[in-house]
Design a binder for this molecule. Sequence first.
Ligand code: NAP
Length: 230
Amino acid sequence: MKRYLITGASRGIGRSIAEKLAAEDVTLLLHGRDTVALAEVCKAVKPRCEGVVRLIHDLAIKAGISDLIAAVGSDPLDLLVNNAGIAIVKPFGEITPVEWEQTLGVNVTAPFLLTQRFAPKMRPGASIVNILSIAAKTGFPNWSAYCMSKFALEGFSQSVREELREHKIRVINIYPAATDTNIWNNLEGDWPREKMISPNDVASAVAYALSQPAEVALENISLSNLTGNL
Ligand SMILES: NC(=O)c1ccc[n+]([C@@H]2O[C@H](COP(=O)([O-])OP(=O)(O)OC[C@H]3O[C@@H](n4cnc5c(N)ncnc54)[C@H](OP(=O)(O)O)[C@@H]3O)[C@@H](O)[C@H]2O)c1
């Protein structure tokens, strides 16, 4: 039996990844905060999985991250997907300390601590997938906190990848452009959904990278809308 942990699996890209990776020999450990949404995802994937575990924790606070780590337990993971993320979009002068700390907590501290805790127990052939963004490579006006967090995760991922190479653990970085999920719902501005890719497109890229032979590392995948990004 394989054990896959996906953070932020209650909706959006995380949900699509959970649906894509559901398989008879897999136990999915699905994390989120919204109990109702996560229950729906678990119900949808359960018939196709060996097992499903629901994990409800707030990753913006350290206690939430350590509670998640404790709940996952000590059995090795075959896959860790660092997907949960938040976006604060406003001029950098208006970002509050709380918004900054939440961004850092969910987008940076959680992937750092989860990777630090779970990677050492992973067996050869296991994988870590980080859902980054085109904002991990380019700055955009009003996206300073988000870009800073994703650039930080990029540096961490690149370094960890080199440390884990000798253990035959793959670190796969995914860089989606604007993707049609709820993350855009509360952002000020006009965000045309028709110019976005779908969460299923991102999940397909993750599944493709994971489907490669264990000795093949498909390490970086950028996805964008052919007709141009926002
Ligand atoms: N959508 C895009 O355009 C886009 C593009 C590039 C990269 N990404 C990245 O893709 C990842 C998924 O984003 P999405 O678009 O699928 O967003 P989404 O639909 O808003 O989903 C975000 C997920 O993260 C979880 N999450 C948010 N804050 C959390 C917290 N404090 N503690 C625990 N979990 C928390 C949410 O859980 P609950 O809802 O249950 O609270 C949800 O499952 C993020 O890392 C994002 O930066 C998104």
